[in-house]
Design a protein. Structure first.
Length: 241
């Protein structure tokens, strides 16, 4: 059986992290799946660390806030050095549904692809998540740039609900972008010759706290992501396979 690790980056998630962890524990109890968990406490300033320690939740405390890229890469390093077969990025804010993890790891188990993106946009009946109009426009623009760079259509370019195999775990453990990690790594992985699939998942609204991407940053975010994708498109990559 494949060893599966859920990587949960957490920054000031005192309102969400225990509930998120308990949902995973309950799922493991009532299913045939046994997912391991590592929470990366990204220098939280609230009671996140206290909650993790009090409830014996497996975690790594970062000495300072590294941002989403640094926190997630820490999780990939942990997965790599502990010989996990599959790593899944799973938010600590209550947005990701544990019941869909099986869906996003199945194509990897079946050797159909190297990385799977849990998508909110390829099946509108599956996900109840509602993005703002501005965010949807930005995602569509980023999607067009990724297709120009890789010839592959990616619908949910900013989804943080992703799973990958051992090869990608090793790659991400060695090199992972600090900013705009999802669209940048998606583009790089495709350019390296790896295979990516999207599967429909349900995502919920945050249970509490604030998103790491503020509304006023959306335009800045989109422009910088698109420029980064253009830079990636002109690089030469060796076939990742």
């Amino acid at each position: 059986m494949d060893k599966v690790l859920l990587i949960i980056p957490a920054y000031n998630e005192e309102k969400n992290i225990l509930r998120t962890y308990e949902e995973i524990v309950n799922y493991n109890k009532h299913s045939k799946e046994k997912y391991d968990v590592i929470v990366i406490n990204d220098g939280s300033k609230d009671k996140t660390k206290e909650i993790l320690e009090k409830n014996n939740i497996p975690h790594i405390n970062l000495l300072q806030n590294l941002g989403i890229g640094g926190a997630v890469q820490t999780g990939y390093k942990f997965a790599f050095y502990n010989d996990y077969d599959i790593a899944v990025q799973f938010d600590g804010d209550g947005q990701h549904d544990i019941n869909y993890v099986k869906n996003i790891i199945t194509p990897i188990i079946n050797k159909k692809c190297d990385l799977v993106i849990g998508s909110r946009y390829i099946d509108k009946e599956t996900s109840s998540f509602k993005s703002t109009k501005a965010r949807q426009i930005g995602i569509n623009i980023i999607s067009k740039f990724i297709k120009i760079a890789t010839r592959k259509k990616i619908y949910d370019t900013t989804s943080g609900f992703r799973a990958c195999n051992k090869k990608i775990i090793e790659s991400f453990a060695k090199n992972y972008p600090v900013e705009y990690p999802e669209p940048i790594t998606t583009t790089e992985i495709l350019k390296q010759g790896y295979k990516i699939e999207e599967v429909p998942v349900n995502m919920k609204e945050r249970l509490g706290g604030k998103s790491s991407i503020r509304a006023w940053k959306n335009f800045y975010y989109m422009i910088n992501v698109c420029l980064s994708i253009l830079m990636i498109s002109i690089r030469r990559y060796k076939d990742g396979r």
